[in-house]
Design a protein around this ligand. Structure first.
Ligand SMILES: Nc1ncnc2c1ncn2[C@@H]1O[C@H](COP(=O)(O)OP(=O)(O)O)[C@@H](O)[C@H]1O
Ligand SMILES: [Mg+2]
Length: 410
């Protein structure tokens, strides 16, 4: 017997759950292997690895289009990811007047809006499934646009658990939530910028925000001209010209206008002042999200952002990071590495810095560095600046110490 076709049913909890369950029951009865996100039936779900795996295993994806799915970045993500992976995506209308996503190039929609016609439509749908007759990805969405996201570091070490939990905050299908603004918080050097970059490069995130994932470098004291420059870049990334982006005020308004009906993710990196978040805030753009990284926990709280804290690396990852920067395999790390790992307390910046410094160095140098590290007053894992600055200059770990100091760690 041939393997049954795998049918993934993509729907929004808000107004697609009933039809989704009905289709699942009927298609299962006809011998199809169906999958739908059960968590969503109960009232919302996040993007998950299960969704990703189920999508990848699917032969056919039914995209239930409703007001709710139009708003949901999880639904958008499911639809776009399947289109990009060249799955057969069949659009199914829950409501006749449901907004139709612009990235779907569709020959026909299967209209399930009238319950009396359900059985007839089901037969049409089964014909579509059998003949794999679905939608294509609209031409404008086939190529990557103007990309503002900086590349990941050459020695990038992935942090799957951290990426997943951040993604969960940004991609969710919940009715009552307040995550339009997310603050990724943590001390300097803990890896906020790199994690945010990895998020921007994540396929599910890119699929959920088809109009663009925009990167904006803010910093401690940007001038108005710096911010205007960044807003122009954001406009270009949205496929628009930067005409009229002159003053900060005008640019801020123009950007907000551009974002109004778009599904875009804005990432503001290294924010020190709440004002800079306000400058870029997409206002009432329903499908946009803004994520910013900051060392200052107070900013997020002050503007009502959802706070998400990043912690130091787990031991295993810290070891991998040190080894990667030192250009060795983990097995090749000298015995002194254990002490260095202990002293660096899982802080990526410190590990990267020391690893790079010890690249191609003999174990004797590792011992020297470890020795100086143990003499630096406790590496302080806090946001405040430490004491004893200016001491022990010229020690073998002087570079690392200067670096710790510059982040307020030593
Ligand atoms: N996942 C990672 N893989 C490789 N290097 C990393 C990673 N995270 C951080 N680093 C290193 O640590 C440095 C500091 O990380 P960064 O993301 O800039 O910290 P933050 O933004 O929290 O201050 C980076 O420049 C990089 O060298
Ligand atoms: Mg940073």
């Amino acid at each position: 017997m041939p393997k049954p076709l795998n049918v993934f049913i993509s729907y929004a909890h808000k107004d697609g759950a009933k039809l989704a369950s009905q289709l699942q029951a009927d298609l299962t009865a006809r011998g199809y292997d169906t999958w739908l996100d059960q968590a969503r039936l109960q009232g919302g779900s996040n993007w998950s690895r299960e969704i990703e795996e189920a999508l990848d295993n699917a032969d056919v994806v039914l995209a239930l289009l409703s007001a709710g799915s139009f708003e949901s970045e999880v639904c958008r993500g499911e639809q776009l990811r399947s289109l990009r992976h060249r799955k057969c995506v069949i659009p199914v209308l829950v409501h006749v007047r449901a907004d139709r996503p612009v990235y779907l190039e569709v020959r026909q929609y299967r209209d399930f809006s009238e319950p009396e016609l359900y059985s007839l439509r089901l037969e049409d749908l089964i014909r579509d499934i059998e003949s794999r007759s679905g939608a294509d990805l609209a031409p404008g969405f086939r190529k990557t646009r103007y990309d503002t996201v900086p590349p990941l570091p050459a020695n990038f070490v992935s942090r799957p658990a951290e990426l997943e939990s951040l993604r969960q905050v940004v991609l969710s299908d919940r009715e009552r939530r307040n995550v339009a603004l997310v603050a990724l918080r943590g001390m300097g050097g803990i890896g906020k910028t790199v994690l945010a970059q990895a998020l921007c490069r994540d396929e599910a995130v890119q699929a959920a925000f088809p109009d663009g994932v925009l990167w904006v470098k803010v910093g401690e004291k940007p001038t108005d001209a710096d911010l205007v420059g960044q807003m122009r870049e954001a406009a270009k990334a949205l496929g628009s010209s930067a005409e009229g982006f002159d003053t900060l005020e005008a640019s801020s308004k123009l950007l907000r206008t551009l974002l109004k009906d778009k599904a875009a993710l804005l990432v503001l990196d290294d924010v020190w002042h709440a004002n800079h978040v306000y400058d870029f805030q997409p206002g009432d753009a329903r499908f946009c999200r803004l994520l910013f990284t900051t060392r200052n926990a107070e900013i997020g709280a002050a503007i009502g952002a959802h706070g998400h804290s990043l912690d130091v690396l787990a031991e295993e990852q810290a070891r991998r990071l040190l080894a990667t920067y030192a250009g060795r395999s983990e097995e090749e790390l000298p015995g002194e590495a254990a002490g260095i790992l202990h002293e660096c307390k899982g802080l990526p910046l410190a590990l990267a810095m020391i690893g790079a410094m010890l690249r191609e160095e003999p174990p004797r140098r590792w011992a020297d560095v470890l020795d100086s590290l143990t003499r630096i007053p406790q590496l302080r894992l806090s946001e405040s600046r430490g004491r004893n600055r200016g001491e022990r200059q010229g020690s073998p770990a002087g570079g690392a110490e200067a670096l710790f100091r510059s982040c307020g760690l030593a």
